[in-house]
Write a protein that binds this ligand. Structure first.
Ligand SMILES: CC(C)(COP(=O)(O)OP(=O)(O)OC[C@H]1O[C@@H](n2cnc3c(N)ncnc32)[C@H](O)[C@@H]1OP(=O)(O)O)[C@@H](O)C(=O)NCCC(=O)NCCSC(=O)CCCC(=O)O
Ligand SMILES: Cc1cc2nc3c(=O)[nH]c(=O)nc-3n(C[C@H](O)[C@H](O)[C@H](O)COP(=O)(O)OP(=O)(O)OC[C@H]3O[C@@H](n4cnc5c(N)ncnc54)[C@H](O)[C@@H]3O)c2cc1C
Length: 618
């Protein structure tokens, strides 16, 4: 279609095939960005035109049968042969077979393969290689390669997640993605030239960046080994918005339906109320609506941060990489957990019809829930964020100033909450800061006491990991609350909009505290009386939000075609749509189903069994 804007292309694809995972998804989400970010200018010149024009169709093949989380544990090897200037790719064990990569089984003719690099008898850890797996002429599988699909999954039926293995496959040296690490003799001048093309910072910086270059050396270490993990950081940064979108769409469906559906006369002979008027329905749906807004804002923030940090990386400044990694890993986990659990609640809130595919909700759920696993399993990602928080804590204790958002760490924990009946936004933020600061400190103290008690570092880490998880979750939650509050205060919104959005934001904060009350009360930060303010405020906010609830979901602006839901239709004609859906079911296209002849008739009328057998043979 010639659409060049990434966002526009995304929305076009979503309209064309809503909630269907595209069999070309990995091509544009990971394969192209990996070439863009990890290939040298020469490699880009060769591959990008082919990939952009879908001659090369590719994916990102990292996970193996035996390892997904622990990248350093991958077993696929790429051994350099200086005689032929080739790498030999091999899958030496059953567990080394690539397993899960999307679009791999049948669609891709190339892939970026993460493999352990061996050269001069030494291992250098996981590196990326461009590997052609199928012919670009007739799509046949190339020699030395075994590839196929992994079979049915929880969802993702439209994506051919695959397996792949190599039998001593030789690929040219130039197929290693060499922007950051190199094998072979490359003149120093090349690097200087390349560098001067990518940024305008002084050449001296470049020499530092490549200070480990050996003229005769065959391996040049990158400035930071984690540059090779860049494609994952990109996707984690964008998953937050994906999760938010899924939750927002589920809220649209469930809240619109709740405004149409009536159930149970309110008093004998009285009108049946819209189910949205039940306080318990509001208690389950309105906090999710607030969460959808909050996650959308968080998604925008983290993606913009990714773009900014990426810009700096392009210029050779890698300083903000750890912060971005901690933010994107934690928020990816936090958002996909919240969205997955929330979508299921939306489904349950639709009663029986929520269980029908006609609700559109199962499709949204199976589309969002793998986000808890791919691009880093959520618990593992939370623990990566916790690792960063622990470093921040020890820096704060040494009196060092912390960057931006983590400045709350190490703060005085003897304060009491300023919460009053009014529930000011500032007091909400303070409460979340206090909780996160306390949980970070508690996890750090636990680690310290285990180490002092004679545990090794890794034992102490495992023995503290539940508390580390709590700390990281509290940190991400704080981020979402604070970012929501900042968005309301900073944006030039009309005063009416601010009034409405302030209620939504307050609800997000208040509900989050009430759901995690133990963590806010364990050290007496809130008094029982203050908890009472919060409970009353939450119920008052439901009443505030109720008249605007449908407008607040309409504002997400998802067309019916994207929602794909009989329950969430804009025109509210739910019952007609459900009836039409039923009528169009394939089993309704014949009056008597074939199973009658095969199974039922012999039961009902045993003497006709032979007819039935004959029918079965037919
Ligand atoms: C869990 C880790 C992060 C551990 O890595 P490790 O090398 O063992 O590191 P460690 O010893 O724990 O820590 C060393 C250090 O490396 C840092 N680090 C780790 N990752 C990054 C990063 N991306 N940017 C910047 N820094 C990073 C860590 O914070 C550590 O820093 P520190 O030593 O504490 O200063 C890694 O193995 C990992 O990322 N695992 C998750 C695997 C994953 O995400 N796979 C995705 C496959 S692709 C996919 O799923 C696509 C699906 C898409 C779709 O279908 O739509
Ligand atoms: C739909 C889908 C699409 C995918 N697409 C791709 C793709 O395109 N390319 C690709 O390369 N891969 C892909 N994957 C694979 C995916 O990235 C991995 O499954 C994911 O990274 C998790 O790794 P794992 O399966 O090894 O989980 P495991 O690590 O085995 O997780 C199992 C359990 O162990 C726990 N655990 C593991 N390590 C630790 C630890 N250090 N501390 C505490 N707990 C731990 C986890 O929390 C989890 O509860 C896809 C997966 C899915 C489901």
């Amino acid at each position: 279609m010639g659409i060049t804007d990434m966002q526009e292309a995304f929305y076009y694809r979503e309209c064309a095939a809503a909630h269907e995972n595209s069999p070309l998804g990995l091509h544009y989400a990971m394969f192209l960005p990996t070439i863009n970010k990890q290939a040298t200018p020469e490699q880009k010149k060769k591959w990008l035109p082919l990939a952009e024009n879908y001659k090369m169709i590719g994916t990102y093949a990292q996970t193996e049968l035996g390892h997904g989380t622990f990248i350093r544990g991958l077993e696929t090897t790429a051994t350099y042969d200086p005689k032929t200037k080739e790498f030999i790719l091999d899958s030496p064990t059953l567990t080394s077979k690539k397993y899960w990569p999307g679009c791999l089984g049948k669609t891709s003719n190339h892939c970026v393969v993460m493999a352990q690099l061996y050269t001069q008898g030494k291992s250098h850890g996981p590196h990326m290689f461009m590997v052609q797996i199928r012919s670009m002429e007739d799509h046949s599988v190339l020699p030395g390669i075994e590839v196929g699909v992994i079979g049915n999954k929880f969802g993702y039926g439209t994506n051919d997640n695959g397996f792949l293995s190599f039998d001593k496959l030789r690929i040219p040296r130039e197929n290693m993605l060499m922007r950051y690490s190199q094998v072979g003799r490359i003149p120093r001048e090349n690097m200087l030239m390349r560098y001067s093309q990518v940024s305008r910072i002084p050449r001296e910086n470049m020499l530092m960046r490549y200070s480990q270059v050996h003229e005769d050396g065959t391996y040049v270490k990158p400035q930071n080994a984690k540059l090779a993990y860049g494609s994952m950081v990109l996707i984690r940064s964008s998953i937050v918005s994906d999760a938010a979108r899924g939750l927002a769409q589920a809220c649209v469906i469930s809240i619109r339906y709740s405004a149409v559906r009536r159930q149970t006369e309110a008093y004998p002979g009285g009108e049946e109320p819209q189910i949205l008027d039940y306080q318990t329905q509001q208690y389950r749906l309105f906090p999710l609506l607030a969460s959808a807004y909050s996650l959308q804002l968080a998604g925008k923030y983290v993606f913009n941060t990714y773009l900014e940090v990426n810009d700096q990386i392009e210029k050779g400044n890698l300083e903000s990489m750890p912060e971005l990694h901690a933010l994107s890993a934690g928020l990816k986990a936090f958002s996909t957990y919240e969205a997955s659990a929330g979508i299921e609640v939306c489904r349950i809130c639709c009663g029986g019809h929520g269980y029908s595919q006609a609700s559109g909700l199962p499709k949204i759920y199976v589309d969002v829930v793998p986000g808890c696993t791919y691009e880093g399993e959520n618990t593992v990602m939370m623990l990566q964020t916790a690792r960063y928080l622990m470093k921040c804590y020890s820096r704060a204790k040494q009196g060092q100033k912390l960057p931006g958002f983590v400045q709350y760490i190490g703060q005085n924990l003897n304060k009491k909450s300023c919460m009053s009946e009014e529930v000011a936004l500032g007091c909400l933020v303070m409460a979340y800061e206090h909780r996160a600061a306390r949980l970070v400190e508690a996890a750090a103290m636990r680690m310290q006491s285990l180490i002092q008690g004679g545990k090794k570092q890794h034992e102490a880490w495992n023995g503290s990991s539940v508390q580390l998880f709590w700390a990281a979750k509290a940190h991400c939650h704080l981020f979402c609350v604070k970012n929501f509050v900042d968005a309301i205060q900073a944006k030039s919104l009309s005063s009416k909009t601010v009034t409405v959005m302030k209620s939504v934001c307050q609800l997000y904060g208040v509900h989050g505290i009430l759901e995690n009350l133990g963590e806010f009360m364990q050290d007496g930060f809130f008094s029982g009386e203050q908890v009472g303010y919060l409970q009353r405020k939450m119920l008052a906010l439901f009443e505030n939000i109720r008249p605007n609830a449908v407008a607040l979901v309409d504002a997400f602006d998802y067309p019916d075609m994207v929602l794909g839901s009989c329950l969430g239709r804009y025109d509210g004609q739910v019952y007609q749509a459900l009836y039409d859906y039923a009528k169009s079911a394939p089993m309704n296209q014949t009056e008597i189903h074939s199973t009658y002849y095969k199974h039922l008739k012999p039961l009902i009328n045993p003497e006709t069994t032979s007819d039935a057998m004959q029918f079965a043979k037919l």
